[in-house]
Design a protein around this ligand. Structure first.
Ligand SMILES: [Zn+2]
Length: 243
């Protein structure tokens, strides 16, 4: 068979052009349909559903029957665990990382007190919460004086996960004036020390009355320390996880 070369070349060129243009058109066609199908198959979640899904899929790195991390209840509570820094009376970092864990009932009571204070334009700042007994031992080893540190053999409410050291902050997160810093040892830090400016007395009173309302009792020697009265629990050696 005799092939007319110029015609055959033109034919080949046309076939190639047809194929190239078809391939180029086919690609976007395929990619444009895929996401459309995916969108159609995914149910649209309402904000409430999304919130519920997040709560249900949240995993905790501690036993929630024993403990609650205060930030898992309310992220607007300030947490500045002083024993996870060198800003404390032993001037040494005692925790690998600072977390405010408490027994569940005590944690919920703190969260309620915080919400109550928010209604008045204030909030809570946590300075120490549950203190594992091995940490209490470390403190005791440094300062074996029962005036300042509870003997770990006896154990404190902090070691039971029922005590908090805390202060008040204003709506900008600034600490209110309380007369002394945290862990100041002396009469001026006593809860009912009267020779203080009126605003300091009012701030201490607000902290005291609020916490009392939610089940916490003051001690006389430290304005920042409160113990939860609504539950009992054992001393604990549990050490929380760090990132
Ligand atoms: Zn305390």
């Amino acid at each position: 068979m005799i092939v007319n070369k110029p015609y055959f070349s033109t034919f080949l060129l046309l076939v190639t052009l047809f194929c190239v243009s078809n391939c180029q058109q086919a690609k976007p066609k395929t990619t444009s349909t895929a996401p459309k199908e995916a969108v159609e198959q995914t149910p649209i979640s309402s904000p409430d559903t999304i919130k519920k899904e997040i709560v249900e899929t949240k995993t905790y790195d501690y036993d929630t029957l024993q403990w609650l991390d205060i930030l898992d209840l309310d992220t607007s509570i300030q947490v500045d665990m002083k024993y996870a820094t060198t800003d404390n009376f032993v001037k040494e970092k005692m925790y690998e990382c600072g977390r405010c864990l408490l027994r569940p009932d005590a944690a919920k009571a703190v969260a309620k007190a915080h919400i109550y204070l928010q209604g008045k334009g204030y909030g809570l700042k946590m300075l120490d919460c549950y203190r594992p007994r091995p940490i209490q031992q470390k403190l005791w080893d440094k300062v074996p004086n029962p005036t300042y540190v509870t003997n770990p053999a006896k154990g404190s409410m902090h070691n039971r996960g029922l005590a908090v050291d805390l202060t008040l902050v204003d709506e900008n997160g600034k600490e209110l004036e309380m007369g002394t810093p945290f862990d100041f040892f002396g009469p001026k830090a006593h809860t009912f020390f009267a020779d203080l400016p009126d605003d300091v007395l009012a701030n201490r009173k607000l902290l005291r009355e609020t916490l009392k309302k939610f089940g916490f009792k003051h001690i006389t020697s430290e304005w920042w320390h409160y113990s939860y009265q609504g539950a009992r629990s054992e001393l604990s050696d549990y050490l929380w996880e760090c990132e």
